[in-house]
Design a binder for this molecule. Structure first.
Ligand code: AP5
Ligand code: MG
Length: 185
């Protein structure tokens, strides 16, 4: 049973690796980006609020995101293990997650931090072609990552187990690197 969190800049391969990890460990994959994109597709209240923010590559408010995670973590199936992808993204979200995990009685999470150089990230995002993957938006998302999300690496290296993974290579090579480290702890 694993409770994991995957960190890394936009385009690092968090989604790609999370799907593989969740399949292999039989745990739930929770991507906040996917939750928001589905809400936009369904034109729900959340989707209507989030659409312009996502397209601009900015962050949806902490309160909305914390509410989404709060509801998701209460679901029974999550007890059997999960991998969080795209959350937390700010120190406020990380602090809320710490409280939530301890309130709900989850064990400490293990953090996988994927490291990829900036130029490669831009290439990957442009190659994918999602709505928020234009060159300008990709750069904006990277700037927000550096400013708001990167400090979480320090937050977690102080209080949780954090595994740094070199995210350059084939998808399979990176997956092997992750499992080599996961199997050791
Ligand atoms: P989100 O969907 O989380 O986007 P992101 O963090 O910017 O990350 P990406 O999904 O772009 O990249 P990824 O690391 O998952 O890489 P992927 O596997 O796709 O969030 C989108 C938006 O939602 C945010 O901008 C924000 O507005 C909002 N949001 C979400 N969560 C939020 C939160 N907590 N708070 C506030 N707002 C929030 O890979 C990228 C590409 O590279 C793919 O084409 C893939 O096939 C390819 N690839 C993967 N691995 C490799 C490899 N090894 N070699 C070559 N190519 C590869
Ligand atoms: Mg993703």
């Amino acid at each position: 049973m694993r409770h994991l969190l995957i960190l890394g800049p936009p385009g690092a391969g968090k989604g790609t690796q999370s799907v593989l990890i969740a399949e292999r460990l039989h745990i739930k994959h929770l991507s906040t980006g996917d939750v928001l994109r589905n809400a936009v597709e369904e034109k729900s209240e959340l989707g209507l609020k989030a659409k312009a923010i996502i397209e601009a590559g900015s962050l949806v408010s902490d309160d909305i995101m914390i509410g989404i995670i709060y509801d998701a973590l209460k679901v029974k199936g999550m007890r059997k293990g999960f991998i969080l992808d795209g959350f937390p993204r700010t120190i406020k979200q990380a602090a809320a997650l710490d409280v939530l995990l301890s309130e709900l009685g989850y064990p400490p999470i293990l953090v996988i931090n994927i490291v990829v150089p900036e130029e490669e990230l831009i290439q990957r995002m442009l190659g994918r072609g999602r709505n928020d993957d234009s060159a300008d938006t990709a750069r904006h998302r990277l700037a927000i990552f550096r400013e708001q999300t990167e400090p979480l690496i320090e937050h977690y290296s102080k209080k949780s187990a954090l595994i740094n993974i070199d995210g350059v290579g084939t998808i399979g090579e990176i997956n092997d690197r992750i499992f080599e480290r996961l199997n050791a702890c």
